[in-house]
Design a protein around this ligand. Structure first.
Ligand code: NAD
Ligand code: IPM
Ligand code: MN
Length: 408
């Protein structure tokens, strides 16, 4: 039996709701795949502030560092919004990313097809059949091949939840590679002060060093190479020195990847192009703050921010896996949250964090199967679907995982 230690950081708002569902999904998947998870649940964000007075207790960070992977729900909430900077839940999250040195944040966005009831049963059979294949053959290259396939299915269901026209949203499949431990989020000098007129000011610094751009660019080129071979670097090089330098380094690294087609786009145009024609994008690489904004925008093309997972990886040590959404205080405690972003983050944890591709595929397939069976939380609900809460959605995913198991 393979054993892994996973640090769970439920956090605030809907965080604990989606983490509890994802934990059950990991446990069941593990039991079917011969994997044993040892979970360590630690306080983080507002919950940690209330408990210990700081948003990232030392013990939480050291536990995270010693584990094989970290799964985070979400942090933040009205209660702590007026806290001083160093006592904000968000500061804890930045300290965690910095502490784990996870500089590369992968945020995939793909649109599933229209949920046509006639197609339902067909997809149902296909997903079942291919999992049986996976289980029976247990052959790595094949698993990888089928894994690519399953992502193709994924691209096909939730177009009815998107606010964009069907023909614009359908078939979108892009990956935002966001730099996560640099830029204006961490740059110094920063703070509050006075200007020469004695007026109060707030200031931050956008700053990137060569090694920071080079390493994220390499991750992005590698990612694009495994996808459709297209990389778009998004910056504001018409105005910002940090962006001019970003572009220069990305072009230098491009020489190592002649097989990848590199383009550049200004961030304002990219924001527009994402809703005009999102299918033009394959892989996008960008800095910390542009990546934050563009990935929320990309999520809505796909139907809901409640669907989008992320993986944050460093050169060594455990990865950090979290949905891209926040603590959703408006729906917290009401069992309304969509847990799929966190469940899919758990799948990314298995794939990117632990190299357990079959187990990851099991979860992805189960999510697709659950959607195919018509279950929807409020954020992706439309028309004839079955409206469920967070817990019930989780239970349906568990059922899908269970029924995937072939008799053999
Ligand atoms: P948010 O992502 O929490 O919510 C935005 C909107 O999307 C809300 O209407 C919410 O109900 C909805 N939503 C989000 N996740 C959902 C889900 N899983 N299912 C259904 N609906 C969902 O963003 P916000 O409101 O700007 O921020 C709220 C708090 O979360 C703030 O304190 C913010 O700092 C924090 N935040 C944390 C993270 C994180 O932990 N990684 C990310 C973003 C925001
Ligand atoms: C995210 C969030 C965080 C960010 C905040 C909560 C610090 O918006 O994970 O996307 O800006 O990175
Ligand atoms: Mn964000």
């Amino acid at each position: 039996k393979r054993r892994y230690t996973i640090t769970l950081l439920p956090g605030d708002g809907i965080g604990p709701e989606v983490i509890s569902v994802a934990k059950n999904v990991l446990n069941l998947t593990g039991s079917l795949e011969g994997i044993e998870f040892g979970f360590k649940e630690m306080p983080m964000g507002g919950a940690a502030l209330d408990l210990t007075g700081v948003p990232l207790p030392e013990e939480t960070l050291s536990t995270a560092k010693q584990s094989d992977a970290v799964l985070l729900g979400a942090i933040g909430g009205y209660k702590w919004d007026k806290n001083e900077k160093h006592l904000k839940p968000e500061t804890g999250l930045l300290q965690l990313r910095e502490g784990l040195k996870v500089f590369a944040n992968l945020r995939p966005a793909s649109v599933l097809p229209q949920d046509v009831s006639g197609l339902n049963s067909i997809f149902h059979c296909i997903t079942r059949a291919h999992v049986v294949l996976v289980i029976v053959l247990r052959y790595k290259p094949l698993v990888e091949f089928i894994s690519t396939f399953s992502l193709t299915y994924f691209r096909m269901t939730l177009v009815d939840a998107s606010t964009l026209k069907k023909e614009v949203a359908e078939g979108v499949d892009l990956m935002v590679v966001r730099e996560l431990t640099g830029g204006i989020y961490f740059g110094k000098p920063r703070g509050f002060g006075m200007n020469e007129n004695g007026e109060e000011i707030g200031f931050n610094t956008e700053i990137y060093a060569t090694y920071e751009i080079d390493r994220i660019a390499r991750v992005a080129f590698e990612t694009a190479r495994k996808r459709r071979g297209k990389l778009c670097s998004v910056d504001k090089a018409n105005v910002l020195e940090a962006s001019m330098f970003w572009r220069k380094r990305v072009m230098a690294i491009a020489l190592e990847y002649p097989d990848v087609e590199l383009t550049h786009m200004y961030v304002d145009n990219a924001a527009m192009q994402l809703v005009r024609n999102p299918k033009q994008f394959d892989t996008i690489v960008t800095n910390n703050i542009f990546g934050d904004i563009l990935s929320d925008e990309a999520s809505m093309i796909t139907g809901s921010i409640g669907m989008l997972p992320s993986a944050s990886l460093g050169e060594a040590g455990p990865g950090l896996f979290e949905p891209i959404h926040g603590s959703a205080p408006d729906i917290a405690g009401k069992d309304k949250a969509n847990p799929l972003a966190t469940i899919l983050s758990a799948a990314m944890l298995l794939k990117y964090g632990l190299g357990e591709e079959e187990a990851a595929l099991r979860i992805e397939t189960a999510v697709l199967d659950t959607l195919t069976r018509g279950f929807r939380t409020g954020d992706i609900y439309s028309g004839e679907n079955k409206l469920v809460g967070c817990k019930e959605m989780g239970d349906e995913v568990l059922k899908s995982i269970e029924t995937e198991v072939p008799a053999t």
